[in-house]
Design a protein. Structure first.
Length: 250
């Protein structure tokens, strides 16, 4: 009963404090840093502001983030970070803790006023999964981001959220990108996100999200003919990680 009361108070705080604060934060950041980024072409300032905004929003919502595993590989540059996907909160949390990254997103997110523009400035890559040309361009842009811009990628290989926490089939695209760029793949397993922000929810519940960074899977010497082998190797790591964390939470 006491726990429910605490959760209720934290959610009330989110309504009374968090949302007004975020609105103010976004307005100030928009008025100052978007014009600055547009004039200078330098994304670093608004990138930093965005990360601090996420950190503050999580803190005010009573959400804690725990980092486990081989966290030094967060600084592997450039790398392809592959994560499981059960909630809309995961991209924000990973954006907050990872070094400078580009994210591959569905094209509809690019239409969000202001946010879509800012993400495009940050090198985020939009893809229409129904358009073959769009998928091919996203593939080329992703490889270029790794090889020429030396910026890591964050990709959700399932392509959509899992409703039961089990891994969905992987898309081969991220593995093609890693092989073509000869970049390491860093598997990440996220737990607790579904409880914090279930599918369909628009607000956050207090709680803890755990990110486990697994040892990188090297792609040096791999060819696209070995892509299926690479996919199986990464999938095994992520399935074991999800299972282990699930057992800890029981």
């Amino acid at each position: 009963m006491v726990k429910l009361a605490i959760i209720g108070l934290l959610m009330l705080r989110a309504v009374l404090v968090l949302y007004p604060f975020l609105a103010f934060y976004v307005i100030v950041a928009t008025l100052i840093f978007v014009p600055w980024t547009w004039v200078t072409g330098d994304i670093r300032a608004i990138y930093w502001v965005a990360r601090q905004g996420v950190r503050l929003a999580l803190s005010l919502s009573g959400v804690r983030v725990q980092l486990n595993g081989n966290t030094r590989f967060r600084d592997a540059i450039p790398a392809v970070f592959l994560s499981n996907h059960v909630s809309n909160i995961e991209p924000a949390v990973l954006f907050m803790v990872l070094p400078r990254i580009a994210v591959i997103l569905k094209k509809e997110l690019g239409y969000i006023p202001l946010l879509g523009y800012v993400m495009r400035l940050g090198g985020f890559i939009y893809v229409d999964r129904k358009d073959r040309d769009s998928r091919r361009k996203a593939l080329e842009d992703s490889i270029s981001t790794l090889k020429k811009n030396h910026i890591s990628l964050l990709i959700f290989p399932e392509g959509t959220r899992s409703t039961d926490g089990e891994l969905l089939p992987f898309s081969p695209g991220p593995f093609t990108v890693a092989i073509e760029a000869q970049a390491p793949i860093v598997p990440v397993t996220v737990s607790g996100a579904q409880e914090i922000m279930p599918k369909g929810a628009v607000s956050l519940k207090p709680g803890e999200i755990t990110l486990v960074f697994h040892d990188p899977v090297m792609t040096l010497g791999y060819t696209t003919e070995q892509r299926a082998e690479l996919m199986k190797q990464v999938r095994t790591v992520m399935e074991d990680g999800i299972r282990a964390e699930s057992n800890l939470r029981v």
